[in-house]
Design a binder for this molecule. Sequence first.
Ligand code: PMP
Ligand code: GLN
Length: 388
Amino acid sequence: MTARPLLNRRLDGLGTTIFAEMSALATATGAINLGQGFPDTDGPAEIAEAAVRAIREGRGNQYPPGPGIPELRTAVAEHQQRFYGLDYDPDTEVLVTAGATEAIAAAMLALLEPGDEVIAFEPFYDSYAACIAMAGATRVPLTLRAPDFRPDLDRLRALVTPRTRLLLLNTPHNPTGTVLTPAELAAIAELACAHDLLVVTDEVYEHLVFDGAHHPIAALPGMRDRTVSISSAGKTFSFTGWKVGWVTASRELVAAVRTAKQYLTYVSAGPFQYAVAEALCLPDAYFTTLRTDLLRKRDLLADGLRAAGFDVFTPQGTYFITTDITPFGEKDAYAFCRALPERCGVVAIPNSVFYDDPDAGRTQVRFTFCKRDEVLADAVDRLQGLRG
Ligand code: PMP
Ligand code: GLN
């Protein structure tokens, strides 16, 4: 063995994802897992049946086409039209990926050169930092600060340099629940056009908006040809294990992202692609019910956390609530989350690991509410003991 470290230095410090670490802690302790964001109830039975049927009928059991099966690409294009009035050609402007995660990775690897700068909201969803690093680029944080977690647009303008290549957006934003307003999006779009920047926008929580509405930046003037929009079936249809995601963008941008994607997974999830094509065509009532159910759960958990003594930052979207643990005299979210299963049998995620600026999120803890009501009620009961 040489003395050289085994791990490529671009991955230095990335270690195990916090989601894996905290879910393992939940399994080891038997605690209620309000950490990693996955529902404890599967999505619609008829969509699960569609996947079973595809397997039985031999659809997708062998490598599907590289860009995704035509049925799914068409369904994605129709979804963009139905909800946002956006027009994409299913043959050249839609790409199916292994979850949003692969879409993010392929976009970063395809669109960035070493030395490029990427401005992204901090706290960052964890794979952003990893993918920017793997592309050899540099992340530049725009910190969303409590209690409102709004982007400071003057600060954003000041962060743009000649090396800035790309703005990486996430709305609704994980973990804070911030949903960008039309005015914020317009300002960001204007900046992107003025400096000829690309925008990659992660919209996996597009259907989980409780206050306001989801507006894709791709719909704004000048943005269609510089924006890569990313979404996935995981959150919208409650099948996070299927890992079916997609990209919509101009033909040139899709071609670039597809080039990288081909050598990451080539293809994935053949039979699930047929099922997700059906899911995307579900009537509007499906999407409305998903949102109203989760809104009730948001309020149930937010009230419970407040009663337990947390400072609660009510999210406008996503299925996560960010809290502050300062009222308990706590100063370190990571230590708090490590100890929480032992103290009261609940697992949560320390937002502190999503910040470059250690002070900005040191006392923030995230809980998910995509769980059955009785599980949320049990977790809330357990958390009441914290002040004890
Ligand atoms: N982006 C964000 C903001 C997320 O929270 C997640 C987790 N669902 C992903 C991307 C990854 O999505 P997928 O599971 O489809 O890869
Ligand atoms: N998106 C999920 C979350 O934020 C986790 C996905 C993952 O484990 N990579 O909790």
